[in-house]
Design a protein around this ligand. Structure first.
Ligand code: PMP
Ligand code: GLN
Length: 386
């Protein structure tokens, strides 16, 4: 048979799936793949039932139901003071992942350059390359993951079509600060490019830090696509409801990709998420308070066990260097080792680089019940005998 598409064929199965399968096989405590072990608010679950019973359960409008699009516009205003016209500037997508894919497909022409920061969420590079982009990777380094300004300047060229920015950032737990964002915005303007902003963790931020959307910076409103996710905001990762905000001309282009990718997103879930954005603000703004306490607990316990723990200002994720424990192999070896021998599954950070060379960091997902985190820590303490 003729070979299939070579770009996708060159990628293996995503690390999230691989590690979760291994966790199931060995019946471990799974702190690998990023998902909470407690669902979000009951009121939005009840709304899914009501919406399903009431119907219609037929194709909703392609751009999303008006109720949810209005809620997305209100959410932009409430948290960031952004004036957004729900009819021309918002779209509901099937998860942030589809919003990212639609944005990439809408903007990239074969041969365009696209800049992304490593480490990264694993869908970016495959989707950019499949769209024909020449991907320019800019590497952030532990422990502080500061913006490498010279490398970023060097990555821009006249062929740059877009930069993809994830803040707060998976897997680093970094929140890009205002100075870094304005450095990026200046380059975006100088090279007349677009910015796709993956902001799915915008509410999962700690220590009173503030998330700043790039879209708020001078000159960015017209060229930025801001993407959120109900999966993260409401701890319902299976729902796959994304929020996309962009200027009208840009949104019209992205909508063309969306109409041929999925066309719509389940209407019962859209009604539930609209309800949540309007009525469960306390729930999702308080989520970070609980997560911050879990972060603190994990940070001190891992440090006591002997890991070198990296700072974490946001998201579900904490990174740690295991070399002080004396393990000599790669992060992939370490994750297999603790999965099989200690019964705790974590994620090798090298899997989140397109060109791995940092191979001594592992990622712990801490959006889990305290008892589950304690259980995992007990196993690690026993295993490393502290
Ligand atoms: N972006 C980032 C940075 C993520 O970590 C994730 C996943 N969990 C997504 C996008 C995907 O979001 P969704 O499940 O809404 O597609
Ligand atoms: N974003 C989640 C993580 O980083 C998982 C997403 C997925 O499983 N595709 O773990």
């Amino acid at each position: 048979m003729k070979p299939a598409n070579s770009v996708l064929a060159s990628f293996g199965t995503t690390v999230f799936e691989v590690m979760t399968r291994l966790a199931i096989e060995h019946q471990t405590i799974n702190l690998g793949q990023g998902f909470p072990d407690e669902d979000g608010p009951d009121s939005i679950k009840a709304m899914v039932d009501t919406a399903t019973k009431e119907g219609p359960n037929q194709y909703p409008p392609m751009m999303g139901i008006p109720e949810l699009r209005q809620a997305i516009a209100t959410h932009n205003k409430r948290f960031h003071g952004l004036d957004v016209d729900w009819q021309t500037e918002t779209m509901v997508t099937t998860g942030a992942t589809e919003g990212l894919a639609a944005s990439i497909l809408a903007l990239i022409e074969p041969g365009d350059e696209a800049i992304v920061f490593e480490p990264l969420y694993d869908s970016y590079v495959p989707m950019l390359r499949r769209a024909g982009a020449d991907v320019k990777l800019v590497r952030l380094s532990p422990p502080n993951w500061d913006l490498p300004k010279e490398e970023l300047v060097a990555a821009f060229s006249e062929r740059t079509k877009l930069i993809l920015l994830n803040t707060p950032m998976n897997p680093t737990g970094k929140v890009f600060n205002e100075a870094e964002l304005s450095f990026i915005a200046d380059l975006v303007l100088k090279y007349d490019t677009y910015a796709i902003c993956d902001e799915v963790y915008e509410h999962l931020i700690f220590d009173g830090a503030k998330h700043h959307p790039l879209m708020l910076l001078p000159g960015m409103r017209e060229r930025t696509i801001r993407i959120g996710s109900a999966g993260k905001t409401f701890s319902m990762t299976s729902w796959k409801v994304g929020f996309l905000t962009a200027a009208p001309e840009l949104l019209a282009l992205i909508a063309k990709a969306h109409q041929f990718l999925v066309f719509t997103t389940p209407s019962n879930l859209q009604r539930a998420v609209a309800h949540g954005l309007h009525h469960e603000q306390d729930w999702y703004t308080n989520l970070s308070v609980g997560l911050q306490a879990k972060r603190d607990m994990l940070q001190s316990a891992l440090t006591e066990i002997g890991f070198d723990v990296m700072p974490c200002d946001a998201t579900y994720f904490m990174n740690a260097d295991y070399r002080p424990l004396g393990f000599k192999g790669t992060d992939v070896d370490f994750c297999r080792h603790v999965t099989i021998e200690a019964g705790v599954t974590i994620l090798p950070v090298s899997a989140l680089y397109a060109t791995p060379d940092v191979d001594h960091l592992v990622r712990f997902c801490f959006c889990k019940k305290d008892a589950v985190l304690e259980g995992a820590l007990d196993r690690l303490r026993d295993f490393f005998r502290t």
